[in-house]
Design a binder for this molecule. Structure first.
Ligand SMILES: Cc1cc2nc3c(=O)[nH]c(=O)nc-3n(C[C@H](O)[C@H](O)[C@H](O)COP(=O)(O)O)c2cc1C
Length: 389
């Protein structure tokens, strides 16, 4: 059989949003998609005690609980840090861990954060691993495409950080090839133009069930948004004005409209996600007092330990947060939703009105706070029409 070369000009492959019955298409019928943003690594924002754990079983339990409650998405952050870089010592690989959850769940979408340039990871590896997880999950698995914004991570892999826009160019070439491997009906031969790999008569089966796995990227930069518009089904954004809810509600509509219009202009559809932390108790006063306990625990010991912020990053996503508006309490999320169940629903409803299609939720304590959300807040979201059965 003759080999096919990679098509210039990006993916021509159909994606999960092109299929009426794909898990992503089913998920996005919800007015506001709900997701969990897991920590497969030790994170310590405050000395105020939590039940949180990086362990697989702990996180699988969260995902199973989310799935049973009708949540659509599970996602995890992932970093490559040297000794002492995490708030504790341990961190699981999100690719492997979310992939493993495919066999232990049946409905929820599972998105693995993968640093696609490190190594470098060969496109044939990525396409084969992806096809395998797509098969195991029946089209529920996807990739959060991360190119790496911290110098220290690139150095860990033996090179200096690749320039910001070049990283997106390399990721674009990588996914042109990976998409070709997922979509082509003949062997693929290609030599990287901006990437240090080549393929000869490369072939991947099974083909993904809905064209390709779900693709996601998280960004705030123009070039990152261009990448999202071309390659991703979901884009994970920050509030351009910081995590304070009012600042977010003011600044998001324009930002989101720009992203969705850019996608429309090239005939694509893209769904927009953001990651709020929910700090809630039964009454506004109790929620405030809980927030205060968390803040009081952010003592010097914790600040010293949180050395993450000291690593050099060239990310644009958090640059607009210049303090002109109230920026938030530094709770480790891109929006802070604080208050009683009714107040939380008002704020989530406000986010939905800005154009947000889904929220990847985080909690200070993944046991007590997530249970509170499921018991007290989820029913109100249904009443408010943000969730449908
Ligand atoms: C909501 C959100 C989640 C992210 N999660 C990760 C992550 O888990 N690991 C990582 O290395 N980078 C993560 N990033 C960083 C992005 O992948 C990206 O490197 C960063 O936003 C810089 O890109 P930009 O300059 O296009 O914004 C995240 C960014 C956002 C906005």
């Amino acid at each position: 059989m003759t080999a096919t070369s990679v098509r210039e000009g990006g993916p021509t492959l159909k994606g999960p949003l092109d299929f009426a019955d794909s898990p992503l298409r089913v998920a996005e019928r919800q007015p506001l998609m709900l997701g969990v943003f897991l920590d497969l690594q030790d994170r310590k924002l405050s000395n105020f005690p939590t039940s949180n754990s990086w362990k697989f079983d702990y996180n699988l339990e969260i995902v199973r609980k989310a799935e049973a409650a009708g949540f659509e998405i599970a996602f995890s952050r992932m970093q490559w840090l040297p000794k002492g870089g995490y708030d504790g010592e341990a961190s699981l690989d999100a690719f492997i861990a979310l992939g493993a959850m495919a066999a232990a769940t049946s409905k929820i979408l599972l998105i693995s954060t993968i640093h696609v340039l490190y190594g470098p990871l060969h496109p044939l590896h990525l396409a084969k691993y992806g096809a395998t997880l797509d098969h195991i999950s029946k089209g529920r698995w996807g990739i959060n495409i991360v190119t790496g914004h911290r110098a220290i991570e690139h150095q860990m892999f033996g090179w200096n950080r690749i320039e910001h826009d070049k990283r997106y160019e390399m990721a674009g070439e990588l996914f042109d090839v990976v998409n070709s491997l997922w979509g082509e009906t003949e062997n693929v031969t290609y030599e990287g133009k901006v990437s240090p790999w080549k393929l000869e008569n490369a072939w991947v089966t099974p083909k993904p069930q809905y064209g390709r796995p779900v693709l996601v990227n998280a960004t705030g930069s123009p070039v990152g948004i261009d990448f999202a518009v071309k390659y991703s089904d979901l884009v994970f954004i920050t509030s351009p004005a910081g995590a304070d809810i009012q600042s977010a509600l003011e600044s998001l509509p324009e930002h989101i409209a720009r992203i969705k219009e850019a996608a429309k202009a090239v005939g694509r559809e893209i769904k927009v996600l953001i990651n709020p932390i929910i700090v809630s108790r039964d009454t506004p006063e109790e929620a405030e007092s809980y927030l205060q306990q968390i803040i009081d625990g952010m003592g010097e010991g914790v600040k010293e330990k949180r050395i993450l912020a000291r690593y050099d990053s060239d990310a644009h996503a958090w640059r607009g947060q210049n303090g002109q508006r109230k920026v938030g309490y530094n709770l480790g999320a891109n929006v802070e939703v604080i208050g009683s169940p009714t107040q939380v629903v008002e704020q989530l409803s406000g986010l939905h009105k800005t154009g947000i299609d889904g929220v990847q939720l985080g909690f200070y304590d993944w046991q007590a706070d997530f249970d509170h959300f499921l018991e007290k807040i989820l029913p109100l979201l249904k009443e408010a029409g943000l969730r449908v059965d």
